[in-house]
Design a protein around this ligand. Structure first.
Ligand code: FE2
Length: 207
């Protein structure tokens, strides 16, 4: 069973409790984000190769570390959402993502204290150093973000080359992996060790 489905059973935030339409908030957000990806320049590919994998690894790490799985899962689906909505927004996507998540989750009366935790995850997800010094949920999301890059090298090498239209270089991808690998949690490194070894065989990494 996929980790997302397994952990779902332990979660409790219901976003609609009228008769006949109970559903979990994380399920709704996942399906909403999936649909928006399909209608965006990033396409469904971005969801399949990144967002769902970040949720997958984030939940695995949450189970190991005791982090709140629902916080991690919601943040995983929403952490890059501003980039999905506007691909020119990459440099400011963390702060914009926080604003979007707040607006979205408030519509479901998501508890303010839990909303703050989701927002912190999104704000710090691009910095392993900041995230690792934050809450367990922040650490899980930032680690899972990098794990997804390691798990899908072909997608990210292509993505990196397209994003860097000036010279078609994939240096961004290799640099991200090289600088992030030593900063990952030991359990995160263990979960993707086989994929990291495969990657090292394909490309020279300065690690
Ligand atoms: Fe991401």
């Amino acid at each position: 069973m996929h980790i997302v489905s397994r952990v779902k059973r332990q979660q409790s935030s219901v976003c609609c409790s009228s008769e006949g339409c109970d559903f979990l908030l994380a399920d709704y957000i996942r399906e909403y984000v999936k649909g928006e990806c399909s209608n965006s320049p990033q396409g469904r590919e971005f969801y399949e190769n990144h967002l769902i994998l970040v949720a997958h690894y984030g939940l695995k790490l949450a189970m190991e570390t005791g982090a709140d799985p629902e916080i991690v899962e919601l943040a995983a689906y929403l952490h890059d959402f501003s980039f999905v909505m506007d691909e020119k927004d990459l440099n400011h996507h963390e702060a914009r993502g926080v604003a979007i998540a707040e607006k979205l989750l408030r519509q479901f009366n998501y508890p303010p204290d839990r909303l703050e935790k989701v927002k912190r995850c999104i704000l710090n997800h691009s910095s392993l150093i900041h995230a690792s010094g934050g809450s367990p949920e922040e650490a899980c999301l930032a680690n899972a973000d990098i794990m997804s890059l390691i798990a899908r090298p072909d997608y990210w090498i292509r993505f990196s080359a397209i994003a860097n239209q000036a010279n078609g270089s994939s240096d961004w991808y290799y640099e991200q992996i090289a600088k992030s690998w030593p900063l990952l949690m030991a359990s995160a490194r263990a979960m993707v060790a086989d994929k990291f070894d495969e990657l090292k065989k394909k490309v020279p990494l300065a690690v």
